[in-house]
Design a protein around this ligand. Structure first.
Ligand code: CS2
Ligand code: MN
Length: 356
């Protein structure tokens, strides 16, 4: 498997030279951040980004994310134009050697948390979620809160265009059911997967984070059955999954090992992170170490070895430690520690220690 690290482009405080020094690193996962959602990513921009990354001795083979325009999720007539643009973006990405495109199909919000700076006993800061806090909250209030506490950094996936008129967007989703949302995903996949086959680019849908309905919006990538329905909807290996342990793992009913076994050839990208479940729908993120949280990373890595996983894996959110400041969840230090841990697990598993 190839170990990669998320990098937010030239605006990222973390440099490619720093990333290059992480042991065992293969490349970075990045995106074009200044093209509005739904528009084509111009070939020249992508080429420039690739060059910049390769000049640092790192590979660029995974994009996270090419976000899906809300009109596609809503199934509006205008979706066809946005789907056409998406296809052109895939073609452009394939020309520079991109192998995997991560995306999600969450309405309105990308990931959701209620606290971006929750202090753990060791003094580190992590992201926290408490469903009770969300229940009676106006979504606009949550956005305000998150933006106030993000330390001035843009929150990945929270595009301003979606958030500027929340009320209007919520109105558009008023009658949206899981069934209709799924139909719209299927329509999207049916259109783009032939392009992916032609271009040899794997799509990898990111699970909903958290994997349940938030603010009454429908969610369709929450569990085994959802993943089964999605992978069956278009039967091509290019219609794949991002296995995000921290997203799926906040529901203790989700059996990640079973998912790895059953969806093996559809898993193109893995997000490794750990969370501590405090009670139902209440959790905080932790260090990657299995004993720090509720997810057994050893079992995950062992299962990935058992299916001979040769795709890409990255540490997902980490804690903020050692006085680092930065984009919530995306500091350098704890994510690098996450990679060191993944390296350790890999070496032990590969050298055949007693894994039972
Ligand atoms: C992250 C997301 O919350 C998470 O687990 O990995 O920011 C993720 O990058 C996007 O939702 C993927 O589209
Ligand atoms: Mn993730």
């Amino acid at each position: 498997m190839k170990i990669v690290f998320r990098w937010f482009g030239s605006d990222d405080r973390i440099t490619l030279d720093q990333i290059k020094q992480i042991p065992g690193i293969y490349g970075v996962v990045s995106a074009i951040y200044d093209v509005p959602v739904g528009e084509v990513w111009p070939f020249d921009k992508i080429k420039r980004l690739k060059k910049q990354i390769e000049n640092s001795g790192l590979k660029f083979e995974v994009v996270e994310s090419v976000n899906v325009h809300e009109d596609i999720k809503l199934g509006l007539p205008s979706r066809d134009r946005y789907i056409q643009n998406y296809k052109t973006t895939i073609e452009n990405l394939s020309k520079i050697g991109i192998k995997v495109v991560c995306y999600n199909f969450m309405p309105v919000f990308d990931w959701t948390r209620t606290d971006l700076n929750f202090k753990l006993e060791d003094g580190s800061n992590v992201l926290f979620y408490d469903d009770d806090k969300i229940k009676n909250l106006d979504p606009a209030r949550l956005v305000e809160e998150m933006e106030k506490h993000s330390g001035g950094f843009s929150l990945p996936g929270w595009e301003p265009y979606r958030l500027k008129d929340l009320k209007k967007l919520f109105d558009l989703y008023k009658d949206m059911t899981e069934e209709r949302l799924f139909k719209n995903l299927k329509y999207f996949l049916e259109q783009i997967i032939p392009t992916c086959e032609k271009c040899d680019v794997n799509m990898a849908i990111h699970p909903d984070d958290p994997p349940w309905s938030v603010f009454g919006l429908p969610r369709i990538v929450k569990n085994y059955d959802d993943l089964k329905r999605i992978t069956d909807a278009v039967k091509s290996k290019y219609n794949g999954i991002t296995l995000c342990t921290g997203s799926l793992g906040t529901n203790p009913k989700n059996d990640l090992v079973r998912m790895i076994k059953d969806f093996k050839e559809r898993i193109h990208f893995v997000h490794a992170r750990n969370v501590k479940i405090l009670s139902e729908k209440k959790f905080h993120e932790t260090a990657h170490l299995s004993s720090s949280g509720s997810i057994d990373l050893f079992k995950i890595m062992k299962s990935l070895h058992e299916i001979n996983f040769d795709g890409y894996i990255r540490p997902d959110h980490g804690r903020m430690i050692w006085n680092e400041t930065g984009r919530p969840g995306y500091g350098l230090y704890d994510r690098a520690l996450g990679i060191a841990y993944i390296n350790g697990l890999n070496e032990a598993i590969e050298k055949g220690c007693d894994t039972n």
